[in-house]
Design a protein around this ligand. Structure first.
Ligand SMILES: [Fe+2]
Length: 160
């Protein structure tokens, strides 16, 4: 998959919302960096990158439907929207399934299954901790409880 196709589809989907657009661009950049540094195989890296670009695709529907961008609603609403977008882009069915699973679980931290899931969560935290101006205490707690990859731990230590 040409990642620029997913990137432009997501920019179009979130047109007029620079905050959301910049968020997924940053999460994608960190996810790609971590994935490459951790030596992911080509297929897993691709799924990770598509998931990083689309992980918050459910926010728009959540805000419209529930007036909330809470993680739980995004997890419920996101997969169907991604299914449609990736289907339009004729993306591989099996990979679409994993991407949708990741979208549906990216705010669930107690059942991380797979390096793609782990890295997506780490990349999202690297961006969210900065965007939310999180306290030193929160950063330390997230680092200890969530971060596992060598590159992710290196990044959280350097960035904050
Ligand atoms: Fe996010």
């Amino acid at each position: 998959m040409d990642m620029n196709k997913v990137t432009t589809a997501m920019i179009d989907y979130y047109k007029g919302d620079p905050k959301r657009i910049q968020h997924f661009l940053k999460v994608h950049a960190y996810a790609k960096l971590i994935g490459e540094q951790e030596g992911l195989d080509k297929e897993t890296l691709e799924v990770l990158e598509v998931a990083a670009l689309t992980h918050d695709i459910g926010i728009k529907v959540s805000e419209e439907k529930y007036n909330s961008s809470a993680g739980k609603y995004q997890e419920i609403e996101g997969p169907a929207v991604a299914q449609k977008m990736l289907g339009d882009l004729q993306y591989d069915k099996e990979k679409t399934e994993r991407v949708c699973y990741l979208i549906g679980h990216h705010h669930t931290y107690d059942q991380i299954n797979g390096i793609d899931y782990q890295i997506l969560v780490e990349a999202d935290f690297l961006v969210n901790l900065a965007e939310e101006h999180s306290s030193r205490q929160t950063i330390e707690s997230v680092k200890n409880k969530i971060f596992k990859t060598k590159t992710g731990i290196w990044l959280i230590n350097k960035i904050f």
